[in-house]
Design a protein around this ligand. Structure first.
Ligand SMILES: Cc1cc2nc3c(=O)[nH]c(=O)nc-3n(C[C@H](O)[C@H](O)[C@H](O)COP(=O)(O)OP(=O)(O)OC[C@H]3O[C@@H](n4cnc5c(N)ncnc54)[C@H](O)[C@@H]3O)c2cc1C
Length: 474
């Protein structure tokens, strides 16, 4: 066997001899993959098909001890390190060229404590797996809207979904986490144990270590919610969205409505004559008493002349997967996002103007309502700082033919520029691409200095640098 060529975290080339790799293999309970291994390509493939990186080594971890060994090995050999949870992040930092990828996807245990209403969750768990297990007991916590997203990356960036208006961000429901630091030590972070680290991992991304277990607070949800879509022609979108922004202010926190602008997919609930035409979709979820939900949603459902209205009771787990067919893995993806305090007239006009010229039928403009559960928490309470933004725009530019890269990316950038005057200037780390290095400080906002100090304490050499990176500082 030959030496393995690797990349160090300082950007240099180096090599590891076969004995060193064999020693690593012997120490790991899971698997160590090299480019010759059978599962190598599967393990390095992530959600965004724009990312095609080739790690020198992939450690598929079976537990926290494997993570500790992988981190120590990487630190000893100064290897570039990537950490993979669900592999969904748009920036593609879950994988790296020439370095060591710590793959947590085999770590899938979920343990529910029904008495204490908590869940212990390993970092390879996806949102769909988490929801299935918690809903078996009629419980849930706020997570995202696509079931194949990983709980780990989502939580470390903040995390929001249909339950956030009432129950806050995912991190607002985090009780503790086990973290392997850059020194390869396992520590518990909570309000009482390493509270500084606990503050930092709630919004600071993967900057401070590898989380091997999350403990979440659970809430009674469902098992049925009132949910579904109201679909309007794009030509009516201006009036509908002006009504929407005033209407949501009058609704209780159980009610959430996000909206999507896109070309109508050929789905059976949409009349055939609308397939391929530009539409506005109001995605509604009421997680509370179903009859009360009907009453609350009525004015929105009665407004204008919708092309379709398919709101009704459905299992919460079904609603949590309802957008999956539009967000399948393996497509080329380029995202742009902004935070907003208000849905202003100028913003509505800019969104509609760009929705008139989508560059690809798979591309969509998604607009999330976060609401009071998120905004009521103080900016300094966790590393996630943009609490004052009640709305988040995410331009999901998706296509499959690489020859359309320039057209699709160009359209997304134009939309980003056109909506910037109405935005807060903040950014959500979980929606940022790798090229947005100039936005990293805005993403951490007024918490950046405190995060930099914490980074120096827990990761002074910046071993965990493949993320929206915080430089170790004073
Ligand atoms: C289709 C789609 C829908 C989405 N919807 C939502 C949504 O509704 N709400 C929302 O808030 N976000 C949403 N997101 C964004 C999502 O939160 C991020 O992409 C998130 O980073 C995904 O986590 P992951 O574990 O799957 O990703 P990965 O790519 O595996 O990880 C992302 C990064 O997190 C870090 N990381 C991962 N696991 C660990 C760990 N255990 N310890 C330390 N660091 C770690 C690493 O730096 C890694 O590069 C969505 C993303 C997609 C693609």
């Amino acid at each position: 066997m030959q030496d393995l060529q690797v990349k160090t975290y300082t950007g240099n080339d180096a090599s590891l001899n076969p004995e060193t790799i064999e020693k690593l293999k012997q120490s790991i309970r899971g698997k160590v993959l090299t480019p010759e291994s059978e599962q190598y390509n599967e393990a390095r493939t992530i959600w965004n098909a724009m990312i095609d990186k080739r790690p020198a080594l992939i450690v598929r971890c079976a537990g926290a001890a494997d993570v500790m060994r992988a981190v120590r090995f990487a630190a000893e050999h100064k290897l570039l390190v990537a950490v993979r949870g669900g592999g969904h992040n748009i920036a593609g930092n879950a994988v790296c060229d020439g370095g060591l990828m710590i793959d947590l996807s085999p770590m899938k245990s979920v343990r529910i404590d029904t008495k204490g209403m908590t869940a212990r969750v390993e970092p390879g768990v996806t949102l769909g797996e988490f929801d299935r297990d918690t809903q078996a007991f009629g419980l849930a916590t706020p997570v995202g809207i696509n079931s194949t997203t990983g709980i780990a990356g989502l939580t470390l960036g903040g995390g929001f979904g249909w339950l956030s208006r009432k129950l806050g961000l995912t991190i607002d429901n985090l009780i503790s986490a086990d973290v392997v630091t850059a020194a390869g030590e396992l520590v518990t972070a909570s309000e009482t144990d390493h509270p500084d680290l606990f503050w930092g991992i709630r919004g600071g991304g993967g900057n401070f270590g590898v989380v091997t277990s999350f403990e979440f607070r659970l809430h009674k949800v469902g098992p049925e919610v009132l949910a579904g879509f109201i679909v309007h022609p794009l030509d009516a979108a201006g009036d509908v969205l002006r009504f929407y922004r005033d209407f949501v202010k009058t609704t209780p926190q159980e009610f959430v409505c996000w909206f999507v602008l896109r070309l109508a997919p050929p789905l059976p609930f949409l009349p055939a004559e609308w397939h391929g035409k530009a539409i506005l979709i109001l995605a509604v979820c009421y997680a509370g008493d179903l009859k009360e939900g009907e009453r609350v949603a009525k004015p929105l459902r009665s407004f204008g002349k919708p092309v379709a209205d398919i709101i009704g009771p459905m299992p919460f787990t079904a609603w949590q997967t309802v957008l999956d067919p539009l967000l399948t893995p393996g497509m080329r993806n380029y995202w742009k996002s902004h935070d907003f305090k208000e849905v202003s007239d100028g913003l509505i006009d800019a969104l509609i103007a760009h929705a008139r010229r989508f560059p690809d039928p798979q591309t969509e403009i998604a607009f999330a309502l976060l609401g009071e559960g998120v905004t009521k928490v103080a900016k300094e309470a966790t590393a996630y700082t943009h609490r004052d933004a009640g709305f988040v725009l995410n331009v999901h530019t998706r296509w499959d033919n690489p020859s359309n890269d320039a057209k699709c990316i160009g359209w997304a950038r134009e939309l980003f520029q056109a909506t910037a005057p109405f935005a807060t200037g903040g950014a959500y780390v979980n929606f940022m691409t790798q090229e947005e290095q100039d936005r990293v400080r805005s993403a951490y906002g007024s918490n950046y200095r405190r995060l930099a100090t914490l980074k120096k304490k827990y990761d002074p050499k910046n071993l965990f640098r493949l993320n929206q990176n915080i430089q170790p500082g004073e």
